[in-house]
Write a protein that binds this ligand. Structure first.
Ligand SMILES: C[S@@+](CC[C@H](N)C(=O)[O-])C[C@H]1O[C@@H](n2cnc3c(N)ncnc32)[C@H](O)[C@@H]1O
Length: 576
């Protein structure tokens, strides 16, 4: 390591780690580790292992996670542009594995930018349920929206809000909440030496204040039986165990959840949660020995230990405190802290708990969504569109809400939901334009679960069941489908990346090593013979929007006419 660690940090760690201090310090001279996580929204882990051009080694706590060789450049590969994986620090994959997300859940990622964990959550939802992904930093939500779109997520809304503004709108609404808190970043000094310069002794106190405020509001949005994961990439107990102790002290309805510890994880320290009592010589983490196995608890035996199925062979190593520490000298990853708490289930008829109720609600929401989509599919499409317009003019609660940025660059201007953009007639035109496009180009779009919302000329597909987002800064009101104008519809890059090739009538695909793919990604026009295109449907014309794919995975739109494919890749999405 080239840069000097701050003295105050080193002394703090010496006190904290006792006899493990030397091993901890030696980890700074170990080579940096590189991780990527395949995107199971697009490709299952086994297929990915077969397709991957990189040398991969599994990350023990994340089924879709792999270490890759530092000489590889996965960010410069066509598969990256197809959203087949996300480049992510290995330890950073742990919090979502402990969140226990299931399809159909309502999930909030409160401090989400640039979106690594949001894309991991979305993959676990498998397109069913709702992901609300938020960050209070407007600039950073651009990257968040782009990563969500690159990953092909169809059931997310992207917000740019303070937790205090979200809490009243989503009170008790979420089954799962992730608070990946802003922190002093001590765990990232090895990976990113620029973090060292940013660290000062008082940054811990400043961050601790912010964290307390964020997590307090987050807890208000958790449904009975729901699970909240709090994570940081820092070592200081003030930002970790102390936060959890304060949260539980302030919210008696929250409780710790016993979690499984993946290999290399050690339990967080309950005693470090008592502010002011941190660290005396020999206070070291318990280490990674196979002998460190706490006895099976009653909770384990009753099946309570349902969280933290981290794809590991961790056996029965559990943390009853619900807290895990990832130390860089005990595993192949950077420093992290993860804690899992649950809002106590409310008892129903003195028997079933709200966990079961939450599960039932999720199932019922899934079937409602399905029913709604079936209904709307069988209803006249014009009728469906006009109903949106009625809502817009003030009848019922169906007003399209939220909007988003200008064309091309994601997240350009966040719009206050329901307060900006379009008159009713525009909304109808926009939806009409989308419908014609979908009829002409897509297969099965009338069966998608969710609903169409238009915001001026911008058209989105929104997951069912969201509360009104009025007054909130909405960066993406749903899956951004494209922009409508009179008699035309321009499909977005987000639409291309969220589609499967089987959902499009006109496409062209080539292998990752075909030079034409990189030329397309660089924005060039391609020349293709008509027989190179794949056309579905007898009445599909040869001319028009064509989905361009690498090995069958979409990377963008081209417009085909007379042997020429005009490149429709927006500037911000090109290979540079
Ligand atoms: C550790 S980073 C999140 C990384 C992200 N979860 C990921 O996996 O890509 C913390 C984020 O919290 C955001 N943040 C800071 N204060 C916040 C607040 N009061 N409300 C919401 N987000 C906040 C920061 O802008 C930053 O993007």
């Amino acid at each position: 390591m080239k840069q000097q660690l701050p003295e105050a940090f080193v002394e703090g760690m010496r006190t904290l780690l006792g006899e493990q201090f030397d091993a901890f310090m030696a980890s700074y001279d170990a080579p940096r580790l590189y991780g990527l996580r395949s995107n199971s929204l697009k490709i299952d882990p086994k297929q990915w292992r077969e397709l991957s051009p990189f040398q991969l080694r599994p990350i023990p706590w994340c089924e879709t996670g792999s270490y890759y060789d530092g000489d590889d450049r996965p960010g410069k590969h066509p598969y990256y542009h197809a959203g087949l994986y996300y480049i992510q620090e290995p330890s950073a994959m742990a919090p979502v594995e402990l969140l226990d997300v299931q399809p159909g859940h309502r999930v909030l990622d409160l401090c989400a930018a640039p979106g690594g964990k949001s894309t991991q959550i979305a993959a676990k939802l498998q397109g069913s349920g709702v992901l609300v992904t938020n960050d209070n930093a407007g600039e950073r939500t651009k990257a968040l929206a782009k990563n969500v779109e690159l990953a092909g997520v169809r059931n997310a809304v992207v917000l740019n809000e303070e937790p205090s503004s979200l809490a009243p709108v989503f009170a008790g609404w979420f089954d799962r909440i992730l608070v990946d808190a802003p922190c002093s970043g001590e765990g990232m000094f090895r990976k990113d030496e620029s973090m060292i310069a940013a660290w000062e002794r008082h940054s811990v106190e400043r961050c601790a204040g912010m964290q307390r405020d964020i997590v307090r509001h987050a807890a208000k949005m958790l449904a009975p039986g729901g699970i909240l994961v709090y994570s940081t990439c820092t070592f200081s107990p003030a930002e970790n165990e102390v936060q959890i102790a304060a949260l539980l002290a302030g919210e008696p309805e929250l409780e710790r959840v016993t979690i499984q510890l993946a290999p290399g994880f050690v339990e967080g320290r309950l005693d470090w949660g008592q502010a002011g009592e941190v660290g005396s010589e020999g206070d070291a983490p318990e280490g990674n020995s196979q002998d460190d196995q706490p006895a099976q608890t009653e909770a384990d035996a009753s099946g309570e230990k349902h969280v933290g199925q981290a794809g590991t062979d961790a056996g029965d190593r559990v943390a009853e405190s619900g807290m895990a520490r990832l130390w860089p000298h005990l595993l192949d990853g950077e420093g992290h802290f993860v804690a899992v708490v649950r809002r106590k289930p409310r008892t129903i008829d003195g028997q079933a708990d709200m966990d079961a109720a939450a599960e039932a609600a999720a199932v019922s929401r899934r079937s409602e969504t399905l029913a709604a989509s079936e209904q709307s599919a069988s209803r006249g499409k014009r009728d469906r569109l006009e109903r949106r317009d009625e809502g817009r003019s003030g009848r019922g609660d169906r007003s399209p809400r939220g909007g988003g940025s200008g064309k091309g660059a994601p997240g350009k201007h966040a719009a206050k939901g329901g307060k900006a953009g379009g008159v009713a007639a525009t909304v109808v035109d926009s939806a009409e334009a989308w419908r014609s496009f979908a009829e002409e180009h897509l297969i099965g779009a009338d069966e998608w679960a969710g609903r169409l919302v238009a915001f001026g000329s911008r058209v989105y597909w929104q997951p069912e069941g969201l509360p009104l987002l009025d007054g909130l800064r909405v960066v993406r009101a749903g899956w951004y489908l494209g922009d409508a104008g009179p008699h035309r519809f321009e499909p977005s890059q987000a639409l291309a990346l969220g589609l499967r090739r089987s959902e499009i009538k006109r496409s062209w695909s080539a292998g990752a090593d075909d030079a034409a793919i990189v030329r397309f990604l660089k924005g060039e026009t391609l020349h293709l013979a008509p027989e190179e295109l794949t056309i579905t449907g007898d009445d599909t014309p040869l001319k028009g929007y064509t989905l361009i794919c690498v090995d069958g995975y979409p990377i963008g739109w081209g417009k085909y006419a007379s042997g020429m494919l005009k490149n429709e890749l927006p500037a911000g999405w090109r290979w540079v």
